[in-house]
Ligand binder design. Structure first.
Ligand code: UTP
Length: 413
């Protein structure tokens, strides 16, 4: 991009202040900043910027919602041995891989660096990454073979994540089965849609959400490894659920037997208004709809047996068929505009770390991939055995609550 093109593209999008910053830079700085501008997908910022900090995320237009029944625990228990055998066969045949989504910034937890480095131990070290690898080792010990593990990082935490795994000897997992890849970055803007700078020669960029993981696998070349190894299914999971069952053979077996092209682990809602994304049907296709996108009538509707019709919340543990992911890889996904506290540099060179939200980041979410697929097995799990997310320092979904759940499951901390 020539200087003239850069100036006009920035002008066209109301970002003239970035060109002013560019003009003050040396050649190297100019190259860096121009490269970042060139990679901006302007279509994601095509939203009206007139919200106040207290407004909710704009609601997506929703289609016709209908309940999607889940495979419930009672049914799973009856068929557990068969599902597990099918799942273990698939794992032994090298058809199952796992993807750890670890590109997030964990701002709510307030720890700098990768969330997986957080030490949740009480009497000994127990890092989140270590806990997850141990959970995976439960399965690989049973299967007698390893599952390829792909770890998604971002520019913000890649080096630290990779060196932490190396320093800790991959927590006992074989290095040749672990591959890291970086996700894409997206710009941040103030409440008027003006791009923030993070330093004199850099825009404020942040990871583009957890929904771009498969695209990032493809552009970084990691997908080649998936294909070469013959992996047909990928189990995606979040870094922060320390009770996460990874490559769970029962889940794999049930999904395979169901004939569905994807599966989602779900937990029964604690109450109708619990703030979770619910797996249901939207215009006949599987979809995850947030609590605030549902009417009270839908939220409270019940089945003849008295159960809530929209009763199962997702826990960010999904299985996807790789060939289907390749088909949907380039489809447009909704962009979520999220209010955040964004550190930035002023035009005068002062660095500001705001105490309250001061702008928006743009994110793609993995849950939106489900709606691009024809079907999804909703697979119920016991919340207290499989769901201990660490989002906050204290209170709900915190280090404290996760520790209590780990101890309840017999994990010594
Ligand atoms: P969260 O939505 O909880 O986001 O991520 P976060 O960035 O970790 O935490 P906050 O909101 O800043 O406090 C759910 C999962 O998705 C991953 C996270 O690492 C976590 O495993 N994620 C999130 C990414 O991999 N990339 C992203 O851009 C965002």
């Amino acid at each position: 991009m020539t200087e003239k093109e850069l100036s006009s593209v920035l002008e066209e999008h109301g970002q003239g202040h970035i060109f002013e910053a560019y003009q003050k830079l040396d050649e190297e700085g100019k190259k860096k900043l121009a490269g970042q501008v060139e990679r901006i997908d302007w279509s994601i910022m095509d939203i009206p910027f007139h919200k106040t900090a207290s407004d909710e995320e704009p609601k997506q237009e929703r289609g016709k919602l209908e309940p999607l029944s889940a495979m419930e625990i009672s049914e799973i228990e009856k068929n557990k041995a068969r599902y597990e055998a099918i799942g273990l066969d698939a794992i032994k045949a090298g058809k199952v891989g796992a993807v750890l989504l670890a590109g997030g910034q964990g701002t709510r937890l307030g720890s700098d660096g990768p969330k997986g480095k957080y030490n949740i131990g009480l009497t000994k070290d127990m890092f989140i990454f270590e806990r997850l690898i141990r959970n995976l080792l439960d399965v690989t010990d049973k299967a007698g073979c390893f599952v390829p593990l792909y770890v998604m990082t971002s520019d913000k935490n890649h080096e630290e994540t990779v060196s932490f795994f190396a320093e800790k000897n991959y927590f006992g997992y074989p290095e040749e089965f672990v591959k890291f890849f970086k996700q894409e970055m997206a710009p941040s803007v103030d409440f008027n849609g003006k791009l923030y700078m993070e330093s004199a020669d850099s825009l404020s960029l942040s990871p583009n959400g957890n929904g771009g993981w498969f695209y990032s696998m493809a552009v970084t070349g990691v997908l080649k490894d998936v294909k070469e190894r013959g992996v047909e299914w990928l189990n995606i999971f979040a870094v922060d659920n320390v009770l996460q069952r990874i490559a769970d053979p029962v889940f794999v077996g049930a999904t395979l037997e169901s004939g569905c092209v994807s599966g989602a682990k779900v937990v029964r809602k604690a109450d109708p208004h619990e703030k979770v994304g619910v797996l249901c049907l939207e215009d006949g296709k599987p979809s995850i709809v947030e609590y605030y996108e549902m009417t009270d009538e839908i939220i409270n509707s019940r089945e003849p047996n008295g159960d809530l019709s929209y009763n199962f919340g997702v826990i960010l543990n999904y299985l996807f068929r790789v060939d289907k992911l390749e088909q949907i890889m380039n489809e447009k996904m909704p962009v979520h505009v999220v209010e955040k506290k964004i550190p930035y540099m002023t035009a005068d060179g002062d660095y500001i770390k705001p105490e309250t939200p001061n702008g928006y980041k743009f994110e793609l979410l993995v849950l939106d991939m489900i709606h691009l697929l024809d079907n999804c097995l909703s697979f119920e799990v016991v919340r207290d055995y499989e769901f201990a997310p660490i989002k906050n320092k204290k209170g709900i979904d915190s280090v404290e609550s996760a520790r209590a759940l780990l101890q309840k499951n017999g994990v010594a901390l």
